[in-house]
Design a protein around this ligand. Structure first.
Ligand code: SF4
Length: 243
């Protein structure tokens, strides 16, 4: 039974309070991304940008746009024309796909305004089910299941937003999680992301995404890409050490 990583994750989840999440290497940008009361749209728009470029670059995009227009408020964001947004994306080379992601950003602002009365926090207000929130993220232009479950998972795990359940919050297979699950022998070395997602569901169906907690911590602290520190690792008793 591979229960250790589930137990580590459950303990971390129980012990954790709402945390400041270090999305980017910029204190002001992090403060805005973490302020779900005042700037929930910054969090949502950053999630929508997190595609096909490094996460840190993607998460910094709303801040760059806000700086450019001189405001972090939705009432000012709503006034930006798509052409102007494309100009900003291209001039500042914000993304690998500047025109396309400017459209996603613009549509995101429009949807927050139209569907959620200009307050993105309405997406997760009122202790909704995890499936409802994943579904609401899926409705945004450019948001697939990966972005939608990641966005919901961060809300639940890090920001401690209340949900009525966590069943639909899947693991988000990043490099640490993939490496740890393969080395531990939880999945074969040729496993694809779908296999990793379903293994996490098998390990803890009530909240598969919680396993992000333990795999990420193990991956960052001990299970490094080179020279893993197995002797000190908290997972060593259940790890097959397939390195
Ligand atoms: S015991 Fe070694 S291989 Fe296994 S997770 Fe820990 S560091 Fe990685």
């Amino acid at each position: 039974m591979k229960n250790l990583i589930v137990n580590i994750a459950k303990k971390r989840f129980q012990d954790a309070t709402s945390q400041i999440v270090h999305f980017v290497d910029n204190d002001e940008a992090n403060a805005i991304l973490n302020d779900l009361d005042k700037y929930p749209h910054a969090y949502v728009l950053a999630c929508l940008m997190d595609r096909q470029i490094k996460a840190e670059r993607a998460w910094g995009i709303p801040y760059e746009i806000f700086k450019e227009i001189g405001s972090f408020e939705m009432c000012d964001l709503e006034k930006i024309e798509l052409l102007d947004l494309k100009s900003i994306f291209n001039a500042k080379k914000l993304h690998r796909f500047n025109d396309k992601m400017a459209e996603v950003f613009h549509a995101g602002i429009f949807d927050i305004q139209k569907q959620y009365a200009g307050n993105a926090a309405n997406i997760w207000k009122g202790k909704p089910s995890s499936s409802a929130v994943v579904y609401r993220f899926l409705k945004f232009k450019g948001s697939g299941i990966k972005i939608s479950t990641m966005a919901t998972n961060i809300l639940a795990r890090q920001f401690r937003v209340p949900f009525s359940d966590f069943y639909s919050i899947d693991i988000s297979p990043d490099v640490h999680i993939i490496r740890v699950m393969k080395r531990m022998g939880l999945v074969p070395s040729n496993a694809n992301n779908d296999m990793i997602i379903y293994k996490a569901r098998e390990l803890y169906p009530e909240f598969p995404g919680i396993i992000d907690f333990s795999c990420w911590e193990i991956g960052r602290t001990w299970c490094k890409p080179r020279n893993p520190l197995c002797d000190n690792c908290i997972a060593k008793s259940e790890c097959e050490k397939i390195i």
